[in-house]
Write a protein that binds this ligand. Structure first.
Ligand code: SF4
Length: 274
């Protein structure tokens, strides 16, 4: 019987700064979400703007390419617009959202915010299937239509978006790409980059402890109300805690969680888009 040992990943450079604006506040409840939600939707665990300012100062010598505003749902944060402006002063910002706040009025406003400076706003939206019914079963009712509509409007406003496909149904990459391309064509949309990820949890034996050539913890860290953590999967999880702030934090993680097994099976970053 072979003994599996977990890989250890070193942070090579801090290029991606993930900011968990809220760990548990979301206006939806996707059935396939990796977050362990409390029963109540009324959680108010919003990260303070002062904590974010401090992190930006502490990382001022790092070559950060992109700040990712994540959460549960980052756009529920009451200071979302102020935080977005603050982060855009530093570098490009990617908003990782369930798309339900992205109507035409909001997108027009976000374009004005982007136009105030030189850095760009990217969007990362997620679907689980190219079929509306199958998708909404794995996420929430109405998610498919909201997301396709948001991608269409974002394209009209010349935003760059990435569609992350959480491969909940274990389809082939070709099938996913071909079908989404057809949807984009039918909706007269610009072509959107598609990032296909395995779905959590993933314990495929042959990949369980195989080191991944590229993981989010090699190029980034996430700030949450509990301090600094290895990656968005492990935000708030003691197994991924790297330190209390960016003044002093660990650059090494023993990848022994079931989330890490999913990264091994995926073989590439799951959260960063670049
Ligand atoms: S779950 Fe996080 S810590 Fe574990 S391998 Fe993936 S990115 Fe690294």
């Amino acid at each position: 019987m072979s003994i599996c040992t977990a890989p250890t990943y070193e942070l090579e450079e801090l290029n991606n700064l993930f900011i968990d604006l809220t760990s548990k506040n979301c206006n939806q409840r996707c059935s396939s979400c990796y977050i362990d939600f409390p029963v109540s939707k009324q959680v108010k665990d919003f990260l303070s703007i002062d904590t974010i300012k401090e992190a930006l100062i502490d990382t001022s010598r790092d070559d950060i390419y992109c700040i990712y505003l994540t959460g549960a749902e980052p756009m529920t944060h009451p200071d979302f617009n102020a935080i977005l402006r603050l982060c855009l002063k530093r570098c490009n910002v990617c908003i990782c959202t369930n798309s339900s706040f992205l109507n035409e009025k909001k997108i027009r406003f976000l374009k004005k915010v982007e136009d105030e400076g030189t850095n760009q706003i990217f969007f990362k939206l997620t679907l689980a299937h190219y079929d509306e019914i199958m998708n909404d079963k794995a996420r929430y009712r109405g998610n498919f239509r909201q997301t396709i509509s948001a991608l269409k409007i974002l394209g009209r406003y010349h935003f760059t978006s990435v569609l992350s496909v959480q491969n909940f149904y274990k389809l082939s990459q070709e099938e996913i790409k071909e079908n989404f391309k057809q949807i984009f064509k039918n909706n007269e949309m610009d072509v959107v980059d598609i990032q296909i990820n395995v779905s959590y949890p993933n314990f495929e034996d042959e990949n369980f402890s195989k080191p991944s050539p590229s993981t989010d913890c090699m190029k980034g860290r996430i700030l949450s109300s509990g301090g600094v953590y290895a990656c968005p999967f492990l935000s708030g999880d003691y197994r991924g805690r790297m330190g209390s702030s960016f003044k002093d934090y660990s650059t090494s993680i023993n990848a022994e969680t079931d989330f890490c097994a999913t990264c091994s099976a995926n073989g590439k970053t799951m959260f960063a888009i670049g």
